[in-house]
Design a protein around this ligand. Sequence first.
Ligand SMILES: [Zn+2]
Length: 466
Amino acid sequence: MSHTDGAESRVSRRASQERKKRNLISKIVVIGLGLLVCVAAAMFIPSDSAQFNTQEVQAAVQQLYLNEQQDYLNPDVTREMIEDTVEKVDYLGIKETEAVYQKAQEARQKFLAIEALSNVYATETAVIEGESVQADLKLKEDLTLASIQEISTRHQLTGEDELTTQINRLYTEATQVLEEVATVEELLGTLPNDLSGEVNLTELLPQLIEVETELERLEGQPSIETFQSDFEDKVTEVADVIKEQAETTEFDEALLETMFKCNTLSKNLSGSILDSRKLVSLTFDDGPNPLYTQQVLDILAKYEVKATFFLLGQEVERHPDLAKKIVEEGHMVANHSFGHPNLAEISDEEVLKEINQTQDVIFDATGVTPTMYRMPYGAGGARVVNLFPELESVIWNVDSEDWISDDAYLIYENVAANMLPHTVILMHDKHQSTVDSLELIIPDLLDQGYEFVDPLEVGMEFLYYE
Ligand SMILES: [Zn+2]
């Protein structure tokens, strides 16, 4: 090999190296450009564009629905699923005339309409889920006629299918309820403000009945609770006027009958001289008693009448199951203090403790918080009554004297000789003679046409004995 050869060969080797370098650079440039194109493409095309076609879009739309007919929505569907599917349909350029496009749009509209129903109805869970629609819904308390009209216009659906009909119905009904609430408010406004002058009862009573019926029908709907208490106040005023008139006027039968057709008024007049019904309340004090209470319950059940049991806290603690049984059999439980002290002889603090502790004990045993109490020996007067503004003090106007006599027939005679048209009878479920006397007393009172009611319905004039 010559020197020149060596030189030539070095030159050619250098040239070949240059070529390789250029090739490499151009390869890198090509790869780089390729990558750039890919990145650019990825930026403009939805990431999964390559993975779906028309069939897959159809499948995605079907997923939004519960059934083949594609009317009810799949309960598991989310807002994201819907938006995603609508986007795919748009991307594929599926036209408005095509069914798959229609169904994706419909799913979206239905979903939004159902979602908005949760701003209309007061409920923790979805108003419509799959095929199930909640019934007996109440409107949200802050809903107004203007806002429901705005929401329902926005979500009005066109279509013949069942779900569309149900959604539209729920919006229509919400609007109707609020219109009815507005009507009740108007009706309330037409009742006379001032009842001090001449009151035309023939005109007023049907008005009261109409308002009452509407209030009962719309119970639980927005503002109704407020209207209800306004109405009750008004009826109490009317009742006072009626009672006053009753002292000088004799009402005709038809008018009297109308008075008692209005439940709120009837409650106010219950037990008054206008109430021609024969009312009796059987009350049993000092229980529950393991020997006698169950026997009393059995006789009450036999004659299908209800009674009220004024329970002692200490006895309820001993026999909670009996207290519970009384409630389970549909009778009233009331408070008769904890340990039966003479409330007139103990301090306010002690009186409060006697009654409040018993409220708790009765609630724990029965799940019921009493609304009535009776002072042991009927003693305590206005001082005790004033301590419990939230509770009703209940006395009696016929004493069976079952605590004196152990002769069932004598107890029956005591009662029979003293019955009034409106009577609260005092008894004690702690004597066998009391139990036995019931077999005489109850059938006799039923024969005479007495209704067995709770003591408040009898409407005693007095809350306590002086
Ligand atoms: Zn007692």
